[in-house]
Design a protein. Sequence first.
Length: 157
Amino acid sequence: MLKPLAALAALAAVSAPAALACSCLPCDSQPPLLESEYTAGAFVGELISVRKPATGNFPAETEGGFEYPPQLVYLFKVTRSLKGDMPKYVMVRSASNSAACGVTFSFEGLNAVAVSQDEDGRYHAGSCSQMCWGAEPNRSLITEDTMQTWADPFAGE
């Protein structure tokens, strides 16, 4: 009796996390961020605030039976625009979970941010473009005081 239960548990453990994985192309196989057709804008900015939208106002998305977590909304003060006509203050949305390609930015320094833009004009950031700031074609765009972090700002709550 124990062996069939163990096999079932192992099968569930192997198959469940696959839906959560965020996969990105290696940075050296992507075009430079400022040349990419998927990058609508890029900037260096100071993180002013981050908020977690109420789940009642922002329903989770469901794809393939998996319910993705709500997005986080980051407010930045743009200190240097690198691509696009970036406003002085910009709101950037990102998934709240790294498994859904979400990004977390830092209050402790300037952040390099590459964004896409949806049909409603909202900006979005994902980990696939954010991880490439350190790649050779993009490295010269940022300075020593520009950083990226991957910590969850709500982990302590």
